[in-house]
Unconditional design. Structure first.
Length: 220
């Protein structure tokens, strides 16, 4: 009887060890799979970082000239601070996307805003609501909304990112810092910004005499 009990205990012991080894093996496999997935993610992020750095390098010393019916406004970009935003603006400008659009929102002592494709139409009610099919992520940074800084307009929902609308700050607006993406700065033509900021507007801040972006030239 004692022998049977001993054999039974021995069988139970080896069975327990076997199950334990099996569970340990499964756990090791699970950990190895997780490590492999993490390595793949790290590689993807490294590749993405290399792509972003490539864009930053390509955009160094690139400038833009906004040609309006009130004069020209020249910009320099901050690709290291907002690479995706700078690339989006440059790409839209080079494609002619901004040609013929209006500065549809002008607030004296604050800013002038343009870049809405809806302003090509005569539907004034739609002004300010338009943008590209694909939006870009917000790139909030430490650049201040000082006079002459160029920043992206956006909707209240941060998850929706930004489109093509931008604004040029006429007077410091530091309450916007860290809430909107500053990506460029006016280097020439602040007198033109001041002229536009002083045009007569209606109750919706729309200039009574159209302020048109004739084209945006991109150059080095």
């Amino acid at each position: 009887m004692k022998r049977i009990i001993g054999i039974s205990l021995l069988i139970i012991f080896f069975f327990t060890i076997s199950c334990g080894n099996q569970k340990l093996s499964q756990e090791n496999k699970r950990l190895k799979d997780q490590i492999s997935e993490l390595k793949m993610e790290v590689m993807q992020y490294e590749t993405l970082g290399e792509h972003i750095q490539f864009l930053i390098d390509q955009m160094k010393n690139v400038k833009a000239r906004i040609v309006t019916n009130y004069g020209n406004i020249e910009l320099r970009f901050f690709p290291a601070k907002a690479p995706i935003t700078c690339f989006s603006f440059i790409a839209h400008a080079e494609s002619g996307y901004y040609d013929g659009l209006l500065f549809h929102r002008v607030i004296k002592g604050f800013m002038i805003q343009g870049g809405d494709p809806n302003t090509r139409s005569g539907n004034v009610q739609s002004y300010g609501l338009g943008g590209p099919l694909v939006h870009i992520p917000n790139e909030f940074n430490d650049l201040p909304h000082d006079r002459g800084m160029v920043s992206m307009a956006r909707v209240n929902n941060l998850a929706e990112g930004a489109g093509s609308q931008f604004f040029i700050v006429q007077k410091p607006a530091h309450h916007l810092d860290h809430h909107y993406t500053v990506f460029a700065q006016v280097t020439k033509g602040m007198d033109v910004v001041d002229k536009i900021a002083n045009v007569p507007v209606n109750e919706n801040d729309l200039p009574l005499i159209p302020v048109k972006i004739i084209k945006i030239d991109v150059f080095k």
